[in-house]
Ligand binder design. Structure first.
Ligand code: B1M
Length: 235
């Protein structure tokens, strides 16, 4: 794919620019991604559309070529850094709803797993939907969840895993919550590319969230139920 060295991104149509951004993400060109995001926003694209159409779709293409052995870890890391730079610009815009907080979520990527792009996206979308989000970051042992739960008393505990080798750790966290007698105090939502509903059910999670938008809808619907039953902690 071609680098965007002397290309004036501003001169491109929206469709050409989005395609160029997919190429730039593929090539890990952070500054070009930042510029592309700013241009689309200046053209009145919503932050959500920039995120999904330009960034997430671009990362999907990177993921396919990583899977097929065309791209390797160092290249994918550069793509991930470019993606994060674009997300950094969008984050405050997505969170800027001014809506009252409708719930609190503690979320982290589980132990052994350092993938965080999807989790960060979930954080952004949840903040944008009016949730207070406590992000534990990556590689979290169960102790981190327990400590955050005790400190923040969240309505929702979210876990992310992108590896088939790390997804079983979600069960370790849920089983520990059960042992401590606090499992039913929190809604447990799980997500990540290798998961599915059957897996979520088998480990005792409340729901599997296919993507960030589903995470928001699922969280909202659980909050509505909790508020209906009078157990919501935040408002
Ligand atoms: Co990784 N990696 N990686 N990687 N990596 C995958 C996951 C893989 C599928 C690639 C492949 O082979 N096709 C494969 C896993 C295979 C498997 O387990 N079966 C893989 C591998 C093997 C590895 C390494 C082992 C490679 C190696 O070292 N040999 C290594 C593992 C390191 C570790 O974690 N211990 C590794 C490393 C890396 C990088 C560091 C290079 C980089 C991560 C950078 C970062 O995150 N900061 C990376 C990346 C970028 C990927 C791919 C290409 C893209 C992941 C991504 O960001 N997707 C990925 C391929 C793929 O998934 N197709 C791959 C975009 C993101 C928006 O989507 O994360 O799915 P996603 O999140 C979605 C939903 O899943 C959902 O909502 C999100 C937004 O819509 N969701 C949640 C996610 N978490 C949620 C939590 C919720 C709710 C919804 O809570 C409520």
């Amino acid at each position: 794919m071609a680098a965007a060295d002397d290309l004036d991104l501003n001169s491109l149509s929206d469709d050409e620019l989005v395609e160029q951004m997919h190429d730039d993400l593929y090539d890990g060109l952070k500054e070009e991604i930042e510029e592309g995001v700013r241009i689309l926003l200046a053209r009145n694209w919503t932050p959500y559309d920039v995120l999904t159409t330009a960034l997430v779709e671009g990362m999907r293409i990177v993921g396919e070529d990583f899977r097929d052995g065309i791209l390797f870890v160092p290249e994918v890391l550069m793509s991930a850094n470019a993606m994060k730079a674009g997300m950094f610009i969008l984050r405050p815009l997505l969170a800027e709803t001014g809506a009252p907080k409708i719930g609190k979520m503690v979320i982290g990527t589980v132990k052994g797993d350092i993938h965080d792009i999807g989790k960060n996206l979930v954080c952004m979308m949840m903040e944008g939907a009016g949730f207070e989000v406590i992000d534990l970051g990556i590689n979290n042992p169960v102790e981190n969840y327990l400590e955050a739960i005790e400190t923040h008393q969240p309505d929702i505990v979210g876990m992310s895993a992108l590896l088939t080798t790390t997804m079983p750790y979600m069960k370790v966290v849920i089983d520990t919550l059960k042992e401590k007698g606090i499992r039913n105090d929190h809604v447990v939502l799980v997500g990540g590319a290798p998961l599915n509903e059957t897996f979520a059910e088998s480990i005792g999670a409340d729901a599997y969230c296919r993507d960030a938008a589903v995470a928001v809808e699922t969280a909202k619907s659980f909050m509505a139920r909790r508020q209906g039953s009078g157990v919501a902690r935040s408002s």
